[in-house]
Design a protein around this ligand. Structure first.
Ligand SMILES: Cc1cc2nc3c(=O)[nH]c(=O)nc-3n(C[C@H](O)[C@H](O)[C@H](O)COP(=O)(O)O)c2cc1C
Length: 351
């Protein structure tokens, strides 16, 4: 199943999966992946290696948060060829999320809209799975993405993040503080500089810590968040989450929720470039939004991302996408005269 070329996936497997409700298909794939024995992964070309926060990444392509919220299939992501995986969003207590249906495909635009609202088995269920995966031999890096429970009152949200850090922070290579999901009421308010300062003041740092932001912030807000992240010496930003935008990105669907996939690509790249420029390239950026090819990954890297992630692209292109992207990314680097990924980071930006 794994080396399946994207063309075969699109022609044969995708129509079968797309005949099912999006969330049913998702759980089917996740449970198949969780049962798969770990496969030996061929080494990645040396020019794809990345080093950040003193950590080696075999390649810069990661799985974005939301695909494996409960660490069900951790080792399988390595078999697919990812250089890292962002597990979560994990909440402190288990919760079921919003009523179904809550994930919608827009095949004509290679996009998804979701309003899942952080369904999570909770940190106590996820912890032993990550510990087990780590014992199974891991070259890939693991990030954990944290979010508060839906019924946590505003004055206790910082305590939710702090509890997650205390309970499972040490299991991660890096931590992502998610304040940008559009589906948890009030969460995006935590993107103001004052709230960010309050939040990070409450969280002990047990691993490199990054802030994940929304693409819908205006330029002034994005600049002041970037300044705050630098002042607080955060280890980086994940740019970006799903968008509320519809018409501006060519989508007519009126389903409520966050939009991901191809229509987000340009907007995400613009946000990455802005954060890179504002921080003078000094704050590592994980670039995410609308990536489904090596050229799109390299575009985000040249705009300023040190690592990239994808989710929706995998739904549309299938499990062979990562191996194909890595081959092509190595070719593109060579063709464009870059010796390594780090050589290309921010090369398109005016700093
Ligand atoms: C179904 C779905 C669920 C998601 N759940 C989460 C989540 O729990 N936490 C989070 O930070 N981002 C979540 N995301 C956002 C992705 O991590 C990513 O930021 C966004 O989808 C843009 O990337 P893409 O265009 O490659 O999908 C989710 C996205 C999708 C499509």
């Amino acid at each position: 199943m794994l080396p399946m070329p994207p063309a075969l996936y699109r022609a044969v497997f995708r129509p079968i999966l797309f005949s099912l409700d999006a969330e049913t298909a998702h759980h089917l794939i996740l449970s198949m992946l969780s049962m798969m024995p770990p496969l030996p992964v061929p080494s990645d070309p040396p020019e794809l290696r990345a080093t950040l926060w003193g950590l080696d990444f075999p390649n810069p392509i990661g799985l974005a948060a939301g695909m494996d919220k409960d660490a069900i299939a951790t080792l399988a992501w390595q078999s697919l060829g990812f250089g890292f995986v962002e597990l979560g969003t994990i909440t402190p207590q288990p919760q079921t999320g919003n009523p179904k249906p809550r994930v919608f495909r827009i095949p004509a635009s290679n996009a998804l809209i979701n309003r899942l609202g952080f369904p999570s088995e909770g940190m106590d269920a996820v912890a032993p799975r990550i510990e087990k995966a780590r014992r199974g031999g891991m070259r890939m890096r693991i990030a954990l993405n944290f979010g508060p429970n839906k019924d946590t009152p505003a004055e206790k949200v910082a305590a939710d993040y702090a509890a997650l850090m205390t309970r499972i922070g040490a299991l991660a290579d890096f931590i992502v503080i998610n304040v940008s999901s559009p589906n948890t009421p009030g969460l995006r308010n935590w993107q103001s500089p004052e709230r960010i300062r309050e939040l990070f003041g409450a969280i002990e740092r047990r691993a490199p810590i990054l802030l994940k932001i929304a693409p819908d912030l205006d330029d002034a807000m994005l600049d002041s968040i970037s300044d705050t992240a630098m002042a607080l010496r955060l280890d980086g930003m994940v740019v970006c989450n799903t968008t509320f935008k519809r018409e501006e990105v060519g989508i007519t669907s009126t389903e409520v929720g966050g939009l991901s996939g191809q229509p987000l690509c340009e907007l995400a790249r613009d946000r990455i470039a802005r954060v890179y420029g504002r921080t003078g390239g000094k704050l590592p950026i994980v670039g995410v939004g609308g990536i489904a090819s090596a050229a799109e990954a390299l575009g985000h890297i040249k705009a300023g991302a040190s690592l990239v992630e994808l989710y929706t692209g995998l739904i549309y292109e299938g499990p062979g996408l990562i191996a194909a992207m890595k081959r092509e990314l190595a070719n593109l680097l060579k063709r464009e005269g870059f010796r390594s990924i780090s050589d290309a980071v921010g090369s398109a930006a005016k700093v």
